[in-house]
Ligand binder design. Structure first.
Ligand SMILES: [Zn+2]
Length: 147
């Protein structure tokens, strides 16, 4: 079950486990008013989080948290980010490897956790592995389709 952040107009913010993303927002534990889900916070880590896959996006904007504007905006941005990401990296339309990094030096060829893990297993150092992965990419540029 996913856990989401909710906010009430009275200022209360709380986390709650719900059966799915489409579950209705729970009532405020303090005042009982209807709350709304807050968009997920950006990654706290140095490595950029990969855009959410299309399959996690809602099918219809109308049924989305009663059309809550922030929620709709969040998902529109998420879907746009994923489209842009897949346009730049067509291989990730099919390849569903988790992406460890896709910005900065990995912008053109994202680093997957699988690659990172195999390199870390060899060197025993994830940071060094990431550096090696980056170095390999610079010396081995692959042709790619730019859309
Ligand atoms: Zn409240």
């Amino acid at each position: 079950m996913p856990m989401y952040d909710y906010a009430c107009t009275c200022g209360t913010r709380f986390e709650r486990m719900v059966p799915s993303w489409s579950s209705p927002a729970p009532d405020c534990p303090d005042c009982g008013a209807t709350t709304r889900r807050r968009p997920p916070s950006p990654s706290m880590h140095g490595l950029a989080a990969p855009p959410a896959p299309m399959t996690s996006a809602p099918r219809s904007w109308e049924g989305l948290n009663n059309g809550d504007r922030d929620t709709v905006t969040h998902w529109r941005r998420a879907v746009e980010a994923r489209r842009e990401f897949e346009a730049r990296h067509p291989e990730h339309r099919q390849r569903r490897d988790a992406i460890a990094a896709h910005e900065g030096r990995f912008e053109r060829t994202p680093l997957t956790y699988r690659e990172l893990a195999s390199r870390a297993a060899t060197s025993g150092d994830a940071n060094q592995a990431a550096a090696e992965a980056s170095r390999d990419r610079r010396t081995d540029p692959r042709p790619r389709d730019e859309l």
